[in-house]
Write a protein that binds this ligand. Structure first.
Ligand code: GLN
Length: 488
């Protein structure tokens, strides 16, 4: 019975909670027991927060008894280690922030708490969200629940793995170049990146501020939609947040795809390195969508080839500036034995940052330095504009864009760590959405060699409801349900 409670969707769990057949404490206990059994293998969590979940579950049960339960009352939630939670150690997967306990809570998390969610713990990720496999974590790698010898994707690999393993019902991640959608694809769960500005970034430890967005992981499109709607909307603490109503993401999203035009960009469909098994899963998904009444049309995103290069200048440039604040004086670890303050900065950063973060800071500093700024950073920004225009043109011909989320299924641990470029190539189908600020989802679409494949749906700016509509229609018609992975 307790394991059954870890296979539920929000809708199913909420029904049982409201009927009084189970309590929030039962639901949380079932997840905690599953964590105790499985997380020694999966290693999705960096830390657990019993002091938080006990209080929140009690409060949820009190509200259920009073009959004023909010929408996520009692729902077990995992939070990526880049989102500040007051009093809970938050380290961005980095040794440099070891011991840092933020004095405030990120708006996205606070809104889910208000909606009744119960936080189980903090999930592992690549250090400062830089990576596609969670192997760059400053603590330990997370494993894919479908095959423990493989990566869960990244950078939000811990959140994706926790949901896939039935250790949490929903989880939060951040997506700068694909870090929600790619791990969702590799772990066989739903993951959504909203339009830039839909969700407040207040309390998110910044990687690349013009690209970062927070979004949900869930086991169904409905669950992702409801979670996203509850965390969206204007926040005076983030000047880039939009005043659009959070609930608009749900508009008409159950209407099906009949009469919709779905664009398949030829540059994405035939992207270099795409595995045949991934391609056939996408072909099958397109056939399902056609059967549901969608018209599938070919579109073009001509600057796709330049996306990766532009992203790997812009993201490191912004990171080199954002990460300057980690100097050993204000946050986390500090190398106090240094002979002077300059040495203290240098030693703290040398010891506290891992090699990928140091690489990005150096790349970014170089791209921004005088003499190189025009050649690299400015040029990359121009390419970004061209990519945005490609999407604008494509959306004149279609309502949404569909493709694979990742060119490959989950790869073996260690297989890409020696070659940064091979790791960067994981993002080739997702980072365009970040450069253009668009909403995107990854929804499970079958398997290749027994490993999950993800279908990506991208929409126009503020078109979350369109994206969700396509994803939901596919999920319903295909019968491909998110399964809780059988870990051991
Ligand atoms: N894998 C990409 C990178 O390393 C994207 C990471 C992300 O979306 N946070 O930059």
């Amino acid at each position: 019975m307790t394991d059954d409670l870890t296979q539920l969707t929000i809708k199913e769990a909420s029904r049982l909670l409201r009927l009084g057949s189970i309590s929030a404490a039962d639901l949380v206990t079932a997840h905690v027991q599953r964590i105790e059994r499985l997380d020694q293998h999966v290693k999705a969590f960096l830390r657990f927060t019993p002091e938080v979940w006990e209080k929140q579950a009690d409060e949820a049960d009190r509200r259920l008894r009073q009959g004023d339960a909010p929408p996520l009352c009692g729902i077990p939630l995992a939070v990526k280690d880049v989102l500040c939670v007051r009093g809970v150690e938050t380290t961005a997967g980095s040794q440099i922030l070891k011991g840092f306990r933020p004095p405030y809570t990120a708006t996205a998390v606070a809104r889910l708490f208000e909606a009744g969610a119960v936080m189980l713990g903090v999930t592992n990720c690549d250090e400062f969200a830089m990576g596609s496999s969670t192997e760059n974590s400053g603590y330990f790698p997370t494993r894919n629940p479908w095959d423990l010898e493989r990566v869960p994707g990244g950078s939000s690999g811990g959140s994706a793995a926790a949901v896939a393993a039935g250790e949490a019902m929903i989880a939060l991640g951040s997506d700068t170049g694909g870090s929600i959608r790619q791990p969702a694809a590799l772990c066989g769960v739903v993951g959504m990146k909203p339009t830039y500005g839909r969700v407040s970034r207040y309390g998110l430890i910044a990687f690349a501020s013009s690209l970062d967005q927070i979004g949900p992981f869930a086991r169904s499109v409905d669950d992702a939609a409801i979670t996203l709607s509850l965390m969206s909307g204007l926040d005076p603490l983030d000047a880039t947040s939009s005043d659009r109503a959070g609930m608009e993401v749900l508009n008409n999203f159950g209407a099906g795809v009949k009469g919709m035009r779905l664009g398949v960009p030829r540059e994405y469909y035939d992207v270099k390195g795409i595995e045949p098994g991934v391609k056939s899963a996408i072909d099958a998904a397109l056939a399902v969508l056609r059967t549901q009444g969608a018209e599938v049309v070919e579109v073009s995103l001509p600057h796709t080839d330049y996306g990766l290069a532009a992203y790997y200048i812009i993201a490191p440039a912004e990171c080199s500036s954002n990460l300057a604040r980690f100097d050993g004086v204000r946050y986390g670890m500090s190398e106090v034995d240094a002979p002077n303050i300059t040495e203290q900065y240098l030693e703290t950063r040398r010891k506290g940052f891992g090699s990928e973060v140091r690489r990005r800071v150096m790349l970014g500093t170089y791209a921004l330095s005088s003499g190189y700024y025009d050649a690299y950073y400015l040029k990359a920004q121009k390419v970004r504009t061209l990519i945005k225009r490609d999407f604008d043109e494509a959306f004149k011909q279609c309502d949404a864009i569909v493709s694979a989320t990742s060119p490959t299924v989950a790869f073996p641990i260690g297989s890409k760590t020696q070659n940064p470029l091979s790791m960067y190539l994981c993002d080739v189908l997702t980072l365009g959405g970040n450069l253009a600020g668009l909403p995107g989802i990854s929804v499970p679409c079958g398997t290749s060699h027994g490993l999950p494949v993800g279908l990506q749906v991208l929409g126009p700016q503020w078109g979350e409801n369109v994206v969700l509509r396509v994803a939901r229609s596919y999920e319903e018609a295909s019968g491909v349900k998110t399964q809780v992975a059988d870990v051991v």
